[in-house]
Design a protein. Structure first.
Length: 201
């Protein structure tokens, strides 16, 4: 009886220690991600100028996001505009082949159709396994879809693509790109307000 009580107590203490270590590790990872997000916001604000054109500012932000999560290419869908802007990853060999044979616009539309809420981000790893993307001749790639919104106003969507289906998008990538998207939305909104003021002067 005494031995059984000792074993139960030790088991409880070991389990409690494991749980505490798990909680501390999760908290440390969460704080590390928050610090990275704050550093990212500071860096973007420090390197963007309201006097620059919005397109140049967007390109800087997208290039920063490419550095962070290393997609093969990024598609910027500006709200209300027909044409999409494609940014290729300069660090990938034969970068132009990354989009070869892909109907980018159709793929972005299909991804958008998969979402119930247009203001929430979406990770779609291995797109070929989803019914509404079957038979589209797309490669079995991974997609991270992040809306660029401020309040109730949508400025567009950033779509990040990875050609290698084994190179998955993770929740940490999503959180970082949400930070990017929020900064981008604020910069576009402020740029538009600045332009309106300039037009009145």
């Amino acid at each position: 009886m005494l031995f059984r009580s000792f074993v139960e107590t030790m088991s409880y203490l070991i389990a409690e220690n494991i749980y505490q270590n798990y909680e501390i590790r999760n908290l440390t990872e969460d704080l590390s991600l928050r610090l990275e997000e704050l550093s990212l916001i500071y860096e973007i604000s420090d390197n963007t100028d309201i006097n620059n054109s919005i397109s140049r500012t967007i390109e800087y932000i997208v290039r920063k996001s490419i550095d962070l999560i290393n997609p093969h290419f990024v598609v910027w869908e500006r709200e209300g505009e027909e044409n999409h802007v494609i940014y290729l990853n300069d660090f990938i060999e034969e970068k132009k082949s990354a989009i070869k044979g892909t109907n980018i616009k159709a793929l972005c539309e299909r991804i958008k159709d998969m979402k119930n809420d247009t203001v929430l981000p979406l990770i779609v790893n291995k797109v070929g396994k989803y019914e509404n993307l079957l038979g589209t001749s797309f490669y079995d790639m991974n997609v991270l879809n992040v809306p660029v919104v401020s309040g109730n106003k949508s400025f567009g969507t950033l779509n990040f693509f990875k050609r290698d289906p084994k190179n998955l998008f993770l929740n940490d990538h999503l959180k970082l790109m949400e930070t990017i998207a929020k900064s981008m939305a604020n910069i576009i909104k402020n740029g538009e307000l600045y332009q309106q003021i300039q037009n009145l002067l």
